[in-house]
Design a protein around this ligand. Structure first.
Ligand code: IPE
Ligand code: IPE
Ligand code: MG
Length: 261
């Protein structure tokens, strides 16, 4: 239903005629793609560069991947930018990343808005620096009425943390007498997650060879298809993304039943 709702309500994508997209079966594209953009450090180290150079290159890759999502009118794209565990990294790397996020957002707001992107953040945004928090709020407010790709940036995000926050919110409401324990169902629980209103994740891509979730979208990816590649994130080109999307189109999804979807 999500697929249909989105596709019916929007004009055709800006670069839909790009030959890169020629053999894609558009009726079999994922509704909600979630990417673990991993391998920036390894990309840089392999070139004798500082890890930070890998993060800068990673931002360029992200810009191109978002363009593909816009061209193909993917309903939702969520990217893992910084996990609740990434604070364990050296201060210098964390500071660099936070400045990079400010830089990325301030430079990209106009173009994202022109591209009708609807930006949102997942995670504990409140704990970020005042500059980043303000910029995130400005950007989200400005794009609030956009109707194109839902572009979600998971920043200071952890799936376990998100589930715990939702659980505490529900416990508070029960304690306040606003809810009964038997009212707690999947719909209610999902309305308390950072992804409230977004469709379930149906496709998870992780670059750079590791095959794990690293605390990403634990609830939302319950029935997702997975696609792993050894390519490091800065080398993840639109062509690689298209390859992944085509692979998704060939997956047989059964959701516990017997019929393929
Ligand atoms: C992903 O690249 C970016 C973030 C986690 C912020 P990494 O920095 O994890 O790169 P590797 O995994 O060390 O190569
Ligand atoms: C996951 O990558 C987080 C992001 C891409 C932001 P990590 O590099 O932090 O994951 P681990 O530590 O290898 O599991
Ligand atoms: Mg990593």
């Amino acid at each position: 239903m999500w697929n249909k709702l989105f596709r019916d309500s929007r004009p055709p994508g800006g670069d839909a005629g790009n030959p890169l997209y020629n053999d894609i079966d558009r009726s079999r594209l994922p509704v909600h793609t979630a990417i673990i953009m991993d391998g920036n450090g390894r990309w840089a180290e392999g070139r004798g560069l500082l890890r930070t150079a890998g993060h800068t290159a990673g931002v360029d890759a992200l810009k191109q991947i978002l363009k593909v999502a816009i061209d193909l009118e993917l309903p939702a794209l969520t990217v893992y930018a910084f996990s609740t565990e990434n604070w364990k990294r050296p201060h210098t790397e964390v500071d660099f990343l936070m400045r990079l996020f400010v830089d990325y957002l301030s430079k990209e707001i106009d173009e994202m808005d022109e591209d009708n992107v609807k930006l949102r953040f997942l995670g504990r945004v409140d704990e970020l620096s005042p500059a980043l928090k303000d910029l995130a709020k400005t950007a989200v407010d400005r794009m609030a009425d956009n109707t194109g790709v839902c572009f979600n940036v998971a920043m200071n995000y952890g799936g376990k943390d998100e589930i715990l926050r939702a659980t505490k919110e529900i416990a508070r409401r029960v304690q306040a007498g606003e809810l009964l324990p038997e009212d707690v169902d999947e719909t209610l629980f999902e309305s308390c997650l950072d992804t409230d209103g977004l469709p379930p994740v149906d496709f998870v891509i992780r670059t750079s060879g590791d095959m794990r979730l690293s605390n990403y979208l634990l609830w939302q990816a319950a029935y997702a298809e997975f696609w792993f590649t050894d390519t490091n994130w800065p080398d993840f080109t639109p062509a690689r993304f298209v390859e992944a999307l085509k692979a998704f189109g060939k997956r047989k999804r059964r959701f516990g039943g017997l019929k393929n979807k």
